[in-house]
Design a protein around this ligand. Structure first.
Ligand code: URA
Length: 434
């Protein structure tokens, strides 16, 4: 088989066979297909799409491209969660210790930033010393010892997805339903859990811009899960404006720590409660969603979840004095306020633009080898439906380059739509797809 023929076939909008997809995945993983050839094929897939059979073949080939973790030693229901990505999405950092504190084992592999969205691993690495690259034995040992471990895609799990995910990010080929579904489900299948809760984000700051697309993606992932014997539930959540107030790596870790201390933004809390309640249900704790939500609230109020987060950080080499004292986190050189140029109500705050502004400040990557700046980003003060007076502070830009900071200040102000009429708050949980 020849990669040039495979590329040409997809370029000409023909269906690829299972063998052709396996050939591409295996040879690309081994380094026998170049990044530019893979980029050409991915672009052709992005433009011409893949049908269900091709999507299944890509998912299974990527899941089989490395090791398959066996987590059955942790019980008959092992539950995992994943988000399709968003702006200000610090849910995993808060939710995973909550779930572990309720005696449900958490063995979680997370991703890095992609496109205009951030990634949990980039965020947690802003705690000095935190090692997200431990090997599989240590990962399992940590879960046995403390009930939780959070690592990057460093083990040999779905290595094909790891390469393709980073490549897609740098060639503007992320937002495609088949590519996202196979990327997420291949990782989840390889990562060993048999129950999966997916946060399918929807809106301007998500890869799925409409509820209709989010439902299609959800159904596709549920079907991929069914074929691989993984029960999957999707919670469609709003990502029209950023989640919570902080956008940027250590800024989001700070907000996550504050949330675990009981100071949680309302939209973050709604997502935590919904996803968490379904994780507890799939884990076999209780079918009663409302009761599960109460258990989650109790774990935060009692500080059990906060202490579990500290255990996680400590076990993986992180300096927990930062968790105890968030003022220790390094700050950007310039903290620039953005002020309202008129009075009224915030009608919209396009999350993708906020993500891009934060990325331009250095919080994201343009090339896959780029190093991110963990201190930069945006802290919102006002969000959709808030009332503002002229000159009120809308947000703060955290920048290490003054020019970039000033540019971000202008762009963020332009991104706030302020109107005279009262605006209703947005709905956070849109739909549950099972
Ligand atoms: N998250 C993933 O893991 N993969 C994607 O393609 C998009 C979001």
């Amino acid at each position: 088989m020849n990669i040039l023929d495979v590329i040409a076939k997809k370029r000409d909008n023909q269906k690829l066979t299972k063998e052709e997809i396996e050939f591409f995945v295996n040879e690309y993983t081994k380094g026998n297909i170049t990044d530019y050839q893979a980029a050409a094929l991915v672009m052709a897939i992005y433009i011409n799409g893949m049908d269900d059979e091709e999507t299944v073949a890509l998912t299974i080939a990527m899941a089989n491209s490395g090791e398959m973790l066996d987590l059955s030693m942790f019980g008959k229901n092992v539950v995992d969660k994943h988000s399709t990505g968003g702006v200000g999405d610090k849910i995993s950092l808060i939710l995973l210790p909550i779930i572990a504190s309720l005696d449900v084992p958490v063995a979680k592999m997370s991703g890095r930033g992609l496109g205009f969205t951030g990634g949990t691993i980039d965020k947690i690495e802003s705690i000095p010393g935190y090692n997200a690259s431990i090997d599989v034995d240590e990962f399992i040992e940590n879960v046995k010892k403390t009930g939780i471990s959070l690592i990057g895609q460093t083990m040999n799990l779905a290595p094909a997805d790891k390469k393709l995910y980073a490549l897609r990010d740098t060639i503007s080929c992320v937002a495609n339903i088949s590519l996202i579904a196979s990327s997420i489900m291949s990782k989840k299948i390889a990562a060993g859990a048999n129950k999966i809760v997916l946060d399918v984000t929807c809106g301007s700051g998500a890869f799925m811009k409409t509820e209709k697309e989010a439902v299609i993606l959800s159904k596709k992932m549920i079907e991929l899960g069914r074929l691989a014997n993984r029960e999957t539930v999707c919670v469609i959540t709003n990502m029209d404006e950023p989640l919570g107030y902080a956008v940027g790596n250590n800024l989001e870790v700070i907000e996550a720590i504050e949330s675990l201390n009981g100071n949680m933004p309302k939209d973050v809390e709604e997502v935590i409660l919904e996803l968490g309640a379904y994780m507890l249900k799939l884990a076999g704790i209780s079918d009663n969603i409302e009761k599960n939500k109460e258990m989650i609230i109790e774990s935060i109020q009692s500080k059990k979840a906060f202490n579990k987060f500290k255990q996680l950080v400590q076990n993986q080499g992180g300096d927990i004095s930062y968790v105890d004292d968030i003022s220790k986190f390094e700050k950007a050189k310039y903290i620039i306020p953005v002020t309202a140029n008129k009075a009224g109500y915030i009608k919209s705050l396009n999350a993708e633009k906020v993500g891009r502004i934060s990325g331009d400040l250095g919080a994201g990557r343009i090339k896959k080898e780029d190093k991110i700046d963990e201190t930069v980003g945006i802290v919102l003060v006002k969000k959709v439906s808030d009332k503002v007076e002229k000159n009120d502070i809308l947000a703060y830009i955290h920048a290490n380059d003054e020019e970039k900071g000033k540019q971000a200040q202008i762009e963020l102000l332009n991104n706030y739509e302020i109107v005279e009429q009262k605006v209703e708050p947005q709905k956070t949980i849109i739909e549950i797809v099972k």
